[in-house]
Design a protein. Structure first.
Length: 299
């Protein structure tokens, strides 16, 4: 992928030099949170794949009025504004910048919605997010409560070591998928899914979560197509790298690796075949409307 010539985004917070210990969960129960709030947070967790306990823990922290690290340590806020200088950080900043350049044009043209950029938080080991404690073991995720993407850049190494997936476009696909969740948030899709899940069983909620994740895969494909059309960004083998990544992190592959068999009713992100197929749907069409996994008769 020809990413070196991309514009670096200014919407990157580099927290990797801040110790990385993360933040523990508050003790006790749900504190001052109401039942309705807890239900909403649980639904957000099912949709985004984030453990609901983490969301509830984060909401408790905010409800209790705990100061953020920026308030406690003003120097930390200034350090976060400094552009990354290492290759992984520069790569992430440039991929994010390219998604901004693409979606700021594609989203208004295709949906009539303006694109407010998301922020990308780079961290090492752990940090605090609007959804609670972010830990490296969670993998990259989008937090709809603070509109930010959280990424421990060691995940790129894990992709190669654990999943045997390497390549700059495979890594770019991971970031683009999380940006896809932000696009869903901007379009109001996450909120609508939450409403549907309120009256759904756990199995039905999982199925809705799968559709959300497959849509994000498709939107990553839309980004790839439009980025290539505008910036001539793709090189031979890039699409294969993305498909390898999508296949490696399919629910069926992950469950078979961890427990020896797959349980489709428990899928929350989609099978390898589904993830590859929906990425290609977005890539071939380049159209956001092609990613409506909720109207598709086939996941």
């Amino acid at each position: 992928m020809r990413w070196e010539d991309f514009r670096s985004s200014d919407n990157v917070e580099d927290r990797r030099g801040e110790g990385g210990g993360g933040f523990g969960f508050p003790g006790g129960g749900a504190g001052g949170l109401g039942i309705g709030t807890i239900v909403i947070l649980m639904i957000i967790g099912w949709v985004t794949g984030i453990n609901p306990a983490i969301l509830i823990g984060g909401a408790e922290q905010m409800t209790r009025g705990r100061e953020s690290q920026e308030q406690v340590d003003p120097q930390a806020q200034q350090r976060r504004k400094t552009p990354p200088t290492d290759q992984s950080g520069q790569f992430a900043a440039k991929i994010l910048g390219n998604t901004e350049d693409v979606w700021s044009t594609v989203l208004p043209n295709q949906t009539g919605k303006q694109y407010p950029p998301t922020r990308l938080v780079l961290y090492k080991g752990g940090t605090r997010s609007g959804c609670g404690s972010a830990q490296a073991a969670m993998g990259p995720f989008y937090c709809p409560l603070d509109k930010k993407i959280y990424l421990d850049t060691s995940f790129f190494q894990e992709m190669g070591q654990k999943f045997r997936v390497k390549g700059d476009f495979a890594y770019a696909y991971v970031i683009a998928h999380e940006v896809g969740h932000h696009v869903q948030d901007v379009l109001g899709i996450l909120g609508k899914v939450q409403q549907r899940q309120q009256a759904s069983s756990k199995v039905e909620s999982n199925q809705l979560s799968v559709r959300v994740e497959l849509m994000a895969d498709c939107l990553a494909g839309v980004w790839a197509k439009n980025s290539d059309d505008r910036f001539n960004s793709l090189e031979q083998g890039d699409i294969e790298e993305a498909l390898q990544a999508a296949s490696a992190i399919g629910d069926d592959k992950l469950q078979e690796r961890s427990q020896g068999y797959a349980v489709p009713d428990s899928f929350t992100h989609g099978s390898s075949e589904q993830r590859m197929r929906w990425f290609m749907t977005g890539y071939k069409s380049g159209q956001t409307k092609a990613c409506d996994t909720f109207r598709s008769a086939r996941n």
